[in-house]
Design a protein around this ligand. Sequence first.
Ligand SMILES: [Zn+2]
Ligand SMILES: [Zn+2]
Length: 440
Amino acid sequence: MKQVEEFLTGRIWLRHFIPFPKEQIDRAILNGSVTTRFGITDEKQCIRCLEHSLQKIVPFYCEACQQICHYCRHCIKMGRISSCTELITWALPSTNLLQSHSFNWTGNLTPLQQRASHEVQKSISQKNDHLIYAVCGAGKTELLFPPIFEALKIGLRICLAAPRTDVVLELTPRLRAAFPNTIIHSLYGNAPEELGFAQLVVTTTHQLYRFENAFDVMIVDEADAFPYSYDIALKRAVVKAKKKEAPIVYVSATPSTELLKQVAHVSKLFKRFHGYPLPIPKFQSLWRYDKTFAKGQLPKKLTVWVDEKIDKKEPFLLFFPTIELIEQAIDIFKRKYPALEAVYSQDADRKEKVMKLRQKEIPGLITSTILERGITIPNVQVAVIGADEAIFDAAALIQISGRVGRSSEYPDGEIIFFHNGITRQMDKAKKMIISYNGGL
Ligand SMILES: [Zn+2]
Ligand SMILES: [Zn+2]
């Protein structure tokens, strides 16, 4: 029964998909250690994702209960939840013992990181929400280590939620290295099921639907990032997954004005950990680049830029606004530069291709905004093609610019916005980067 407790504490799980024998769960329900609830409430709200709009909670004829049931469209990818689906949770107070943790990190925090680290720790102990407003490359993950360790030691359960699987995959090994004795679960779509009670959980915001009243500290990484910033349901999931009094620590390079207003305790880190300023984007016109690609040609200015990077053996990323344009452009690029590769969100080989670029097996990558965060490639040079397109808002452009000059060996590099006319968002991105460098 201990295993069931460890697994189910703070979780909300489909009864028929639990990784334990049916009899064991039946017994736990009978003796009151596990409670069961139906998936959709009488008020037609999904218990798991809290969705309640008429468009998302829809009626259907249900084979299981031979009548009209409602199911939730919103979280259906995680297994269908309907009015007669049973969801189970651990009902008793946790008896999970205080675990011992060790902290195995030999890096140093800069004075700025150290101050922010203390401030976060103070907010956590006082149960205040906190915002870490840090430029790309400020070393925001490392400054979280000491407060996470302090919280682990006193038995708090911590969640680090990130918007995307890539970010979760990047963070997990770093946390496992820093806290070698801690059970850490890493959750994302199709991740292998892990048993045991994880006092530290690294997860995509989507997987938070499967938690309830679970965490004493909730850290939301890249709080500005799609899809979190646009999805009310995910915000609700963050609140549902944590305990009522638990503080939220938001981490963002480009917080919305709403978030800045909402959170009173803010640590600002407008300097990169290596102390060098952020590279400032250059603007260059690339008139009617889409027509040029449509004719099966490469825009001249773009080939000049790419040739230069290849000559200097500098790895580069070319960001494109749409997948259609990437698909069109990669064939044309490959005729002149056969080693170039393209990546986008549906690409199963994404990780391998990024690895190839890092190891200099390929000169550059053509990409969608999928690579705007979470990746670090030493000495990478970056161009945005069609920086005037709506998908590249100021926040996205700042993130993309933040890929450049991250390592201390190569603190500088080129970031160029190729455009069809300068937009307000481009101007805003550039102004904000300049203001960070000024330390405003
Ligand atoms: Zn749902
Ligand atoms: Zn039914």
